[in-house]
Design a protein around this ligand. Structure first.
Ligand SMILES: C[S@@+](CC[C@H](N)C(=O)[O-])C[C@H]1O[C@@H](n2cnc3c(N)ncnc32)[C@H](O)[C@@H]1O
Length: 246
């Protein structure tokens, strides 16, 4: 099995934020929001942990508006989408600045709020703020991903829903390279010397295996069966807030 190798902190956070924003995550983001709506209730208050440029909160609010208007099929699960409010949190000021520009452009500064929060800080969020806590491809950035899950659980109201997706770490270098070939884009897309394929390679090496994330959630009182592979490179945790807070 490949060992987990955490990513080095970014040397130039602004450049890395710009490079991340330039990559096309449209399909992945739409898939995240589709799966979130299709598999359970959403909102009315949602927190996105590690929101980056806030493209998922924007897609979420656009999709909710289309459902409310009737131009997209309604979702059951008792979601109250007419008053959806999203809070995106990230520790990186450069990401938050990009997010603010995206929100302004989308006309969503009133519906999506941004906060600077370090997911390692147990006091980063207040208790019982939201019915839904989401996160996409963030946990592999953290040395101790359990801290972010604890914080997310703390911010959930009783009965609230945690929906977290991240990359998984393959068993072999060969599989890492296969995924980089399939999903890493082309070396020509490298901006300012940062190759998106190398970013994906590093992320896959820093990610958790399915067994590792299942062990972590079990220690938080969550049924490990709530974590499942949902693509050839992602696992998804979808569960209700556990009864006991650890
Ligand atoms: C790969 S990006 C994903 C962004 C967004 N979730 C998306 O899917 O577009 C990872 C994000 O996690 C944020 N992040 C990494 N470590 C963090 C921490 N300790 N606290 C808060 N955010 C963090 C980064 O700043 C970055 O915006």
């Amino acid at each position: 099995m490949l060992p987990r190798v955490c990513e080095p902190p970014p040397l130039d956070p602004k450049l890395e934020a710009d490079v991340y924003r330039e990559m096309d995550h449209g399909d992945v983001n739409r898939g995240f929001v589709r799966d979130l709506f299709e598999s359970g209730p959403v909102g009315p208050r949602v927190i996105d942990l590690g929101c980056g440029p806030a493209l998922i909160p924007i897609t979420l609010c656009e999709t909710a508006a289309a459902i409310v208007e009737g131009s997209r099929p309604a979702v059951s699960h008792g979601s109250d989408l007419s008053s959806l409010q999203v809070m995106g949190v990230d520790h990186c000021v450069d990401m938050l600045e990009l997010a603010r520009v995206e929100l302004e452009f989308a006309g969503m500064l009133g519906q999506i709020q941004l906060e600077q929060v370090d997911l390692n800080d147990p006091d980063g969020l207040q208790s019982e703020l939201a019915e839904t806590v989401i996160s996409n491809t963030v946990l592999h950035h953290l040395e101790s991903p359990i801290n972010a899950l604890r914080l997310g659980i703390k911010a959930l109201r009783p009965g609230g829903r945690l929906f977290v997706r991240d990359l998984y770490r393959p068993e072999t270098d060969r599989e890492v390279e296969r995924l980089v070939e399939l999903h890493g884009g082309s070396a020509e897309a490298a901006t300012s010397g940062i190759d998106p394929r190398q970013l994906l390679r590093q992320s896959l090496h820093a990610a958790l295996t399915l067994e590792e994330i299942r062990e972590i959630v079990a220690t938080l009182g969550i049924d490990p069966g709530c974590v499942n592979m949902t693509s050839n490179r992602h696992w998804t945790l979808d569960c209700v807030r556990p009864e006991r807070q650890s």
